[in-house]
Design a protein around this ligand. Structure first.
Ligand code: GDP
Length: 193
């Protein structure tokens, strides 16, 4: 695994060409922490990125795939032009990225989906890209409450059949399952047999 770079252009060509899985979520949802956990590294993906830095894709290369850290959305202080720039970046990335195999969409297990989350959900649905909803900060709830919230949020997201995967970057809950789901999303992904 290595850091492959930060790219402002959603159509950037990466070499070698590999399928990619992108992570997206509201700012502060725990995306950087989760990516670090999935990559098995401490402090590689920058935790708590500076608000307003909304135009970069951070790319990590894994065996057989790229993991793309998309900028967080929903900064309370983001200006209108910043929000518009973010939306343009995301929309172009989701619609035009031929190598995109799927999106891991992060939601905080404790919160109801926000208006920004709903907007992201609509955009993801409209682009038709495969989406894996994943709940973060599962350690903040006790075991029983975790399952209940996952089912509630699954219904709220319109996917009641299978509650979203619950993860915690603090305890490692769900990280192995998330890693397996990412590899499963990618044709030929994962280490060579
Ligand atoms: P990002 O803005 O989405 O990249 O979120 P960060 O990874 O920077 O995390 C935002 C805050 O949530 C930080 O204070 C983290 O320490 C905290 N955090 C992230 N993941 C977890 C988690 O699994 N459990 C708990 N309890 N806190 C977390």
């Amino acid at each position: 695994m290595e850091f492959a770079g930060s790219f402002p252009d959603p159509k950037v060509r990466l070499a070698p060409a590999l399928p990619e899985v992108a992570f997206v979520g509201r700012s502060n949802v725990g995306k950087s922490s989760l990516i670090n956990r999935v990559l098995g590294r401490k402090g590689l993906a920058r935790v708590s990125q500076t608000p307003g830095k909304t135009t970069l894709l951070n790319v990590y290369r894994l065996p057989g795939l790229y993991l793309v850290d998309l900028p967080g959305y929903g900064f309370a202080k983001a200006s209108k032009p910043e929000r518009a720039a973010y939306r343009r970046l995301l929309e172009r990335y989701l619609r035009e990225r031929e190598t995109l195999a799927g999106v891991v969409w992060l939601l905080d297990i404790r919160h109801e989906p926000s208006a920004d989350d709903a907007e992201m959900g609509a955009l993801l649905a409209a682009t038709g890209v495969p989406v894996l909803p994943v709940l973060t900060k599962g350690d903040k709830l006790a075991h029983g409450a975790r399952g209940r919230r996952a089912r509630e949020l699954g219904r709220a997201l319109g996917a009641p059949a299978e509650p979203p995967l619950v993860t915690s970057s603090t305890t490692g809950l769900g990280i192995a399952d998330l890693g397996a789901s990412i590899l499963a999303a990618v044709p030929g992904g994962g280490p060579n047999p």
